[in-house]
Ligand binder design. Structure first.
Ligand code: AMP
Ligand code: MG
Length: 324
């Protein structure tokens, strides 16, 4: 059994995986009343809650800590204070239990968890707050086939929602508003395989000030931003010849994004399967870290706690993938 710890940004989570089965998945999110995430405050939240979430995970999995073979930690990429809070707790437990640590790249874990849904070699459309990337395995590494050139799609949506006075997180609010909106044209910005959102952000802001309704702007935002993402994901499928698409990240909770992915996969001439993990595995969570850690551990990857550090800026394609 492998225990996995997630602490790269606003969420502190612990999951437990055994033979690819998720036995526990507990998490808690640091939230601010207004404005964005303050990394040091989020880190304090993680450190304060870690012992309690650890206990809850063991109870949910109905196991004693003695059963744990290793601790997987998402040590990259992310906000340094948050990563350190998680790593500190992971080392403490690993030393206490005298077991090794497995360093897991957070973005790769979003892809690997797609395997728990039955995907084998998918293209991942990873749409979260800070990250927006299209990732797939090719020639020994997970490679980034496309990504945002400015904001992550979730942060973009949150900024618009904040301007609308809808609070945080903005995604669910925008999704709700969109139900009663109609389409107006917004800047559709895709360059090669990359996307950008700041032009659309400016345009929405201008139109809102001119009196265009939140509903119409929310609807059009979703149609435009998601179409860009789905277009880039489709081209990654075409380029790699892969036939599976996995969604990941908090924005993937959006029903319209899921629907558009489903339609794209269905309309492809080369039969393509679509996988959307349940919400608990889409958002940042410890279970995907445990699940990925278990795959890595089974291939022989383990390290002494003192040899592990955080890598806040590690890129997906810097990780040597020796477990496939
Ligand atoms: P993550 O960074 O992966 O934890 O995801 C957080 C992001 O997901 C935030 O920007 C949320 O606004 C966004 N989000 C959550 N639910 C939805 C939704 N239903 N539609 C769009 N975005 C969402
Ligand atoms: Mg994430």
């Amino acid at each position: 059994m492998i225990l996995g710890i997630e602490s790269t940004a606003h969420t502190f989570g612990i999951g437990i995986s055994h033979n690819g089965k998720i036995l526990a998945n507990i998490r808690d999110m640091y939230k601010t009343a207004s404005g964005g995430i303050i990394p040091t405050e989020s880190a304090k939240h993680h450190s304060a809650l870690a012992p309690e979430i650890y206990q809850k995970a063991l109870v949910e999995a109905k196991i004693s800590p003695k059963k744990l073979k290793a601790i997987a930690i998402s040590n990259a990429p992310g906000l340094a204070p948050c990563l350190l809070a998680g790593l500190h707790f992971a080392k403490e437990k690993a030393n206490e239990l005298k077991i090794p640590i497995i360093p897991v790249n957070h973005c790769i874990a979003h892809l690997e968890i797609g395997r728990s849904e039955g995907a084998h070699d998918p293209v991942l459309l990873y749409t979260s707050g800070a990250n927006t990337q299209i990732i797939a395995y090719a020639a020994g590494k997970y490679r980034v086939f496309g990504e945002t050139l400015d904001l992550g799609v979730g942060n973009f949506i949150d900024k618009i929602a904040r301007e609308f006075g809808e609070g945080f997180p903005g995604g669910p609010k925008i999704e709700q508003l969109a139900l009663n909106g109609k389409y107006i044209e917004l800047p559709y910005s895709i360059k090669g395989m990359d996307v950008s959102f700041s032009g659309m952000q400016t345009k929405i802001s201008q139109l809102y000030k001119k009196g265009v309704s939140k509903e119409d702007l929310s609807f059009s935002l979703q149609e435009t931003a998601f179409a860009m993402l789905v277009e880039a994901a489709e081209r990654a499928l075409a380029h790699t010849g892969k036939t599976e698409l996995v969604l990941g990240g908090g924005v993937a909770c959006n029903s319209r994004l899921q629907e558009m992915c489903k339609i794209m996969c269905k309309e492809r001439i080369k039969k393509t399967k679509f996988f959307c993990p349940p919400k608990d595995l889409l958002v940042d969570n410890g279970a995907m870290i445990a699940f990925t850690g278990e795959i890595m551990f089974n291939s022989g990857i383990k390290q002494k706690p003192e040899n592990i550090d955080i890598s806040p800026r590690e890129r997906t394609d810097q990780v040597k993938v020796t477990w496939r």
